[in-house]
Ligand binder design. Structure first.
Ligand code: E4P
Ligand code: PEP
Ligand code: MN
Length: 449
């Protein structure tokens, strides 16, 4: 084997280990053909960009920056239109601007975007009116429609995932470097939110301060070109390992392996088994890695994850995304943070206030209360304040559209409203106004910290 082939084989060592939550592909030969084709496709991201994000996350781990990570629970092939992508990006950038000002630190902006097509599920099947079919596992695997045809896993979908990711990333790159995302424009959108929505009016003071800061920079003669572009990264859960390893390549600069399907990938709560395939896969790639930590995580597990994924203790390599639930965070998080900090590891701590707060409304809709989301973030800040550690960021499920999936928020959505625009294929997302609301409230918390 040549050195490169040997290294590349390193991206496949997961194959001998148990891999949770993998699709039950009915046709293995078709799968092999798809993998071979994916292996011939060009990378979606450049390894050097992954390195840059790792450095940015290093600043988060050291307490010098804040991470804003957000986007759909599940992206969908029929939602890769320009409007939807633009609205999502716009929302994230608006949140980023508010957090940057209030925190007076750089905000690292990372979308759950351009690759977030695969879903781990609690149950393998779904039953409706006496009919049982495989559960929906994301557009990369099967269709959402409740028919045997749609729900049968089809490996051709992995190629569509690549194509949808490529076109999304292309538009995101165009928007973020071509002038659309100019900070002055983003600020004008925020002013519009503050002026025109009842929930926005509470943030008039903060928006006015940002306006003064912008005018001040102008008066100082800061080059307006400086505001024109924005650094933005793509991330998704590395779930379907056949796809992720087909897109894992040897970086010609360094000879190291990178998963070039996205800048950052994370391992979910259901697939982070220490002796499982996902952690093995993640240990072989140089991308920045996230790991979700739920309420049952022990400090021993957290420390072993560090040994496996970040043996060199490199700030920025590993991000722990905690998703405890509003009622558990104050109880469960302190020990984890204390033990990890005492071990000398420099992980970034990020709060996912969504996945521990899901419940089913009487109408059958899966939903989350805005107040629970906010309370989990509050608990996260409190714990870090108590320990003198850095609350590194938030990881949220959101969309830029006016959906009705989570209840509460400044422009309140009630349980009875959920049916109006419930569009998610998996978990409930904050809509545009709830997302901005959260950003202003987190900005206030960060400032108080
Ligand atoms: O997004 C996360 C998981 O895929 C999701 O919460 C699982 O939901 P389920 O419990 O409906 O399977
Ligand atoms: C599956 C997800 O979360 P978790 O692994 O935390 O349940 C997700 O982020 O959509
Ligand atoms: Mn989710």
């Amino acid at each position: 084997m040549t050195v490169n082939a040997e290294l590349h084989a390193g991206g496949n060592t997961w194959r001998s280990l148990p891999a949770a939550q993998q699709p039950d592909w009915p046709d293995q030969e078709a799968l092999r053909d798809v993998i071979a084709e994916l292996e011939s496709y060009p990378p979606l991201v450049f390894a050097g960009e992954c390195d840059q994000l790792r450095q940015r996350l290093g600043a988060v781990a050291r307490g010098e920056a804040f991470l804003l990570q957000g986007g759909d629970c599940a992206e969908a092939f029929d939602a890769v239109g320009a409007d939807q992508i633009r609205n999502k990006l716009k929302t994230l950038l608006q949140m980023g601007a508010v957090l940057t000002y209030a925190g007076s630190v750089p905000v690292v902006k990372v979308g759950r975007i351009a690759g977030q097509y695969s879903k781990p599920r609690s149950k393998p099947t779904e039953t409706r009116d006496g009919v049982t079919l495989p559960t929906y596992r994301g557009d990369s695997v099967n269709g959402f429609a409740f028919t045997p045809e749609a729900r049968t896993p089809d490996p051709q979908r992995l190629k569509r995932m690549y194509q949808a990711s490529a076109s999304t990333l292309n538009l995101v790159r165009a928007f973020t470097t071509g002038g659309y995302a100019d900070l002055r424009q983003v600020h004008a959108w925020n002013q519009d939110f503050v002026r025109s929505s009842p929930s926005g009016q509470r943030y008039e003071q903060l928006a006015r301060e940002i306006d003064r800061a912008m005018n001040f920079m102008n008066a100082c003669g800061v080059d307006p070109e400086e505001f024109k572009t924005v650094e933005f990264y793509a991330s998704h859960e590395a779930l379907v390992l056949d796809y992720e390893s087909a897109l894992t390549r040897v970086d010609s600069r360094t000879g190291q392996l990178y998963d070039v399907s996205g800048h950052m990938v994370w391992i979910g709560e259901r697939t982070r088994q220490l002796d499982g395939a996902h952690i093995e896969f993640a240990s072989k790639i140089r991308n920045p890695i996230g790991v979700k930590l739920g309420p049952t995580t022990s400090s021993e597990e957290a420390l072993t994850l560090i040994e496996r994924l970040d043996p060199e203790r490199e700030a920025g390599r590993l991000t722990f995304i905690t998703r405890m639930g509003a009622d558990k965070i104050r109880d469960r998080l302190p020990e984890l943070v204390e033990k990890v900090t005492a071990s000398g590891a420099q992980v970034a701590w990020v709060c996912d206030p969504m996945h521990g707060n899901t419940f089913e409304a009487a109408s059958g809709h899966k939903t989350r209360r805005f107040d629970d989301v906010l309370d989990e973030v509050k608990g996260f800040f409190e714990v870090h304040k108590g320990l003198g550690t850095h609350p590194g960021g938030i990881h949220v499920e959101l969309t830029g559209d006016d959906v009705t999936e989570c209840v509460g928020g400044g422009d309140e959505i009630f349980v009875d409203d959920l049916h109006q625009r419930y569009e998610t294929a998996c978990d409930p997302r904050l809509n545009r106004s709830q997302s901005l609301d959260l950003a202003f409230l987190v900005a206030e918390m960060y400032r108080d910290q």
